[in-house]
Design a protein around this ligand. Structure first.
Ligand SMILES: [Zn+2]
Length: 256
């Protein structure tokens, strides 16, 4: 019996022929290959017959979860959800900073480019992983439109943040569309000032740029202790749900 894994890059496949390392192999397809094949192998069975097996990457099942989630995009965290999950931002960057500094000092442009590419890849992978999970678990995904006051808080390049937020949003949008889930952008202007428990704007709320550093606060009306970002995400979700409800009512009126 034989078994020869092949290098995906070195194989090209047509309908009934695989060319590998310049040799052509004819084969009969037992079923269609879905998606992009990532790897494969030549396998020989006990009777000496050879098979070629392809392993391909396809989207996981496109069922949609029942959840509804609000998402507050941020600086320290890429995003915080109404469920209280924090999705870290730029977490793959730090491990490369040292390497990058060394390469830059040495004037090694090729290496600098390679490290930048690695960082971009790691970041994209991270965004894909997180957006896929969220799209899989929810049928309503509400994302706050990021306010300028958040950017005032940071020394990080605006373009870097914008790029991260924009691609995350983009991924969430098309992944929810693929699963027939609803994606909405929500005006987040008051989301961090309203208490998501009692719905008031209590005197104790964090306000303006001066209070951007405040991570936790207690509602002076109902005494709920809030994590600032989770509270904002809950308000973003509430706005989206309210909007859905109103759209539903209008549709019902028209229908009636
Ligand atoms: Zn309250």
């Amino acid at each position: 019996m034989g078994w020869i894994p092949f290098i995906p890059r070195a194989v090209s496949i047509s309908d009934d022929t695989a060319t590998y390392l310049k040799l052509r192999y004819r084969f009969w397809k037992s079923r269609d290959v879905q998606g992009d094949y990532k790897a494969g192998e030549f396998v020989q069975d006990a009777r000496g017959r050879w098979y070629v097996a392809f392993r391909s990457e396809v989207d996981d099942d496109l069922a949609t979860g029942n959840g509804s989630v609000g998402i507050d995009l941020g600086l320290k965290e890429l995003a915080t959800t109404s469920e209280g999950d924090a999705i870290p931002a730029l977490q793959h960057y730090r491990q490369y900073e040292q390497q990058l500094a060394t390469a830059q000092r040495a004037g090694n442009k090729k290496r600098v480019r390679a490290i930048h590419a690695k960082i971009a890849n790691a970041r994209r992978h991270h965004l894909h992983e997180q957006s896929t999970r969220i799209a899989r678990e929810n049928q309503l995904i509400a994302v706050g439109n990021v306010s300028a006051s958040k950017l005032a808080k940071t020394r990080m390049a605006k373009s870097v943040l914008d790029a991260g937020w924009a691609s995350f949003r983009h991924m969430l949008r098309y992944k929810s569309a693929r699963r027939q889930a609803v994606y909405v952008d929500v005006d987040e202007r008051w989301s961090s000032q309203v208490c998501s428990t009692c719905g008031t704007m209590p005197a104790s709320r964090p306000r303006g740029i001066a209070d951007l550093g405040i991570r936790e606060w207690e509602c002076s009306d109902c005494r709920t202790l809030h994590n600032r970002d989770v509270n904002a995400a809950r308000n973003i979700l509430a706005t989206a749900l309210e909007h859905q409800r109103r759209v539903g009512e209008t549709a019902a009126l028209r229908g009636g």
